[in-house]
Design a binder for this molecule. Structure first.
Ligand code: AHR
Length: 659
């Protein structure tokens, strides 16, 4: 009797294990909606010192002396005067260095960079300056790379001299090789003894080895991190900076193009936004401007998605009632013209349009092939559709080929969201931008967010999102895992979700205003967060089409009820590769069976498994341990058309099967 009971219990246990095995039915023959090439992309905003002090390779802060405090970022000594009738009308300031009155008192200036200047031993740096000798003669300007913290040796570890001998403004350049690695260096300029008086303007220093070797180039490791994401779409330049704290400080793309020396400075909206992260030296040089953004899009193979002002400055700071922070409807024309001119700048014929000609003059006669424009960032209230309408009317009339993206406001749901989505449908926006910075519970509950969206209305652009962990957790692994879970829902609904971009993208470790962020850096090192790796797994493995997938004969519930499992499947038509993503968000391992309809029972298929997991849910990659948590890929053989395995707790598994 006892033996029978034991046998029955064993059978019951076996049945129980069997019942816990989750069946994923994946019909590889049924090619569904295309996954748009734009599906996974990047969103760049100059927040957290993402542009100046980040991606933009310039190492000198306040290079044109245009900050409200003209010497911010500089230490000046000896006989130095600030002048304001320089060669660049939008940046008129420059400095004049002269004899200090004593042979052993030098005149000069020293720049502190952004949280210091990072120098790499053996690397070359291109120094350039616009200069003249106003009274004639010859001036020798000593250019030094320095380590002010050095003890017991000379502070300068590399030096060159620039000889200035023309009364006319001219650009001078020298290349210096760093003899030392320094995280917080400076750039020091000194007028040599017996020199003529010299004027200096637009004092600049870039690594020679920028992304693609461009002189006005990008920091290579950061641009490479973006390239490695294969972003399908590139949204820029913001975010709130598009709107500005007020209308004067909104991002004006026309100021960001043409010669870098004459791009006027703009305040950065993030320099005094938070009292606990205060950065009074945060401005936008526009050295990374719209030409450079379009160029990066081309480099990365991304569709460009510029965001433009709809004539409403930041509604968080100014409310949604008409005020002097918002443009009256009858004064919107210059804003609308800016959009039309932008399309010409990107796509127009240089022989017919002055903005297109400027693009050609900047070195890109071919059109950039712009297809999308977002009008407004996080706007809300009736004031938004009222402002958007005249843009739609005019832009569509002249450029019906351009797809226009409207917004659903700053919230993932609620009053404004519920008001704006129907409004965007009524106005026939092509896509609607949704933003959600939400906690873990939200991401766990929203895996089927898009299952019931209206298929006849605008498409979805998840333009800003990130899981914001509760309890002082930032770029921890669990947040990335929950983003992956949520993203399976976007992928299953790729017929309606056409674009998704995590936010924010970049943060300087000493200069952040907002976290979590996807990529972190100091002056020499960078780190790709766990969220980065999740984005990359999706982006590089998005396939060409969705294929149907059910779980235990039901649609994937998209919430933690299904034992914490989330999943999606796609096929790459060109190669026949089937890609199945399964995210186990739960605390227990789950047995799953992939039933791959369309594969043959007696064939062995080459496959791979990429697993992303961590020993600690609060674990993060750091600058010191940048690859502590990275996905790992192993090869696999799949015998026939079913495959059973156990997905460990809190793990993202991705199977790629060569059909
Ligand atoms: O990504 C940071 C900010 O979040 C963006 O500027 C804004 O659009 C959102 O509120």
């Amino acid at each position: 009797m006892k033996r029978l009971t034991t046998t029955l219990s064993a059978m019951a246990l076996a049945l129980c294990v069997c019942a816990q095995s989750h069946q994923f039915d994946i019909n590889t023959n049924k090619v569904g909606a295309p996954v748009q090439p734009t599906m996974y992309g990047i969103f760049f905003e100059d927040i957290n010192y993402a542009a100046d002090g980040g991606l933009y390779g310039e190492l000198v802060k306040n290079r044109s002396f245009e900050f409200p405090d003209p010497y911010m970022g500089w230490n000046v000594f000896g006989n130095i005067q600030l002048k304001n009738d320089g060669p660049f009308d939008k940046n008129p300031h420059y400095v004049r260095l002269g004899y200090s009155g004593h042979n052993d008192k030098f005149s000069g200036l020293e720049n502190e960079g952004y949280f210091g200047i990072g120098y790499e031993n053996g690397a070359e740096y291109r120094f350039s300056v616009w200069a003249r000798v106003p009274e004639g003669g010859e001036a020798n300007v000593r250019v030094m790379l320095c380590d002010p913290a050095t003890m017991g040796e000379r502070q300068q570890f590399s030096e060159q001299t620039v000889k200035v001998n023309s009364k006319e403004w001219k650009k001078y350049q020298v290349v210096l090789k760093a003899g030392k690695t320094v995280n917080k260096g400076t750039l020091r300029l000194m007028l040599a003894r017996n020199s003529a008086v010299v004027d200096l303007e637009h004092i600049s220093l870039f690594p020679v080895d920028t992304w693609k070797g461009r002189e006005n180039g990008m920091r290579k490791d950061l641009a490479q991190a973006l390239a490695d994401l294969h972003p399908g779409v590139f949204r820029f330049p913001g975010g709130c900076i598009v709107e500005g704290t007020d209308l004067d400080t909104r991002y004006q793309w026309k100021n960001s193009v043409g010669p870098v020396e004459n791009r006027p400075l703009n305040e950065n909206r993030w320099h005094y936004t938070f009292d606990y992260r205060f950065f009074p030296d945060y401005f936008q040089s526009y050295g990374l401007g719209f030409f450079e953004y379009f160029q990066l899009c081309e480099d990365f193979g991304s569709e460009a998605l510029p965001v433009v002002s709809v004539g409403l400055s930041c509604e968080f700071q100014n409310g949604d009632k008409m005020s002097n922070a918002h443009v009256p409807l009858d004064q919107l024309q210059p804003y609308i013209d800016d959009v039309i001119d932008l399309i010409e700048f990107a796509n127009g014929d240089p022989a017919k349009n002055k903005w297109a000609k400027l693009r050609a003059d900047m070195g890109h006669p071919e059109p950039f092939g712009l297809k999308f424009v977002a009008i407004g960032n996080e706007q809300w209230g009736e004031i938004y559709p009222e402002h958007l309408q005249p843009f739609l009317d005019q832009v569509r009339k002249v450029h019906p080929e351009i797809k226009i993206i409207g917004t659903s406001g700053p919230d993932s749901e609620g009053k404004q969201f519920d008001y704006l989505w129907p409004e965007m449908k009524r106005m026939k926006a092509d896509l609607v931008d949704e933003h959600f910075y939400r906690p873990e519970s939200w991401f766990l509950a929203q895996g089927n967010r898009y299952d019931n969206y209206d298929r006849k209305g605008p498409k979805v652009f998840a333009g800003e999102y990130a899981c914001h962990g509760r309890g002082k957790k930032w770029n921890h692994f669990e947040a990335a895992l929950l983003e992956a879970a949520f993203m399976t829902g976007m992928e299953r609904n790729a017929d309606i979700v056409h674009m998704a971009t995590y936010a924010p993208l970049f943060a300087h470790i000493e200069g952040w205003q907002w976290r979590p962020d996807m990529i972190w850096y100091d002056n020499l090192r960078s780190m790709r967060s766990c969220s980065y790796y999740v984005q990359q797994m999706f982006s590089l493995n998005k396939g060409s089409n969705v294929i149907p997938l059910t779980m235990n004969n039901k649609p994937v519930a998209g919430n933690a009820d299904q034992d914490g499992l989330f999943a999606s499947a796609v096929v790459e038509k060109a190669t026949g590769e089937v890609i199945v993503k399964v995210v186990n968000t739960g605390d227990k391992a789950q047995e799953v069976t992939l039933n791959l309809k369309g594969l043959k029972a007696k064939v062995t298929y080459d496959a791979s498994l990429t697993a992303y997991s961590a020993d600690n849910m609060d674990g993060e990659n750091t600058l010191d341990q940048p690859t502590k948590y990275v996905p790992k890929t192993s090869s696999l053989k799949i015998e026939g058309n079913t495959y059973t395995t156990s997905v460990p707790a809190k793990t993202f598994y991705m199977f790629k099967i060569k059909k």
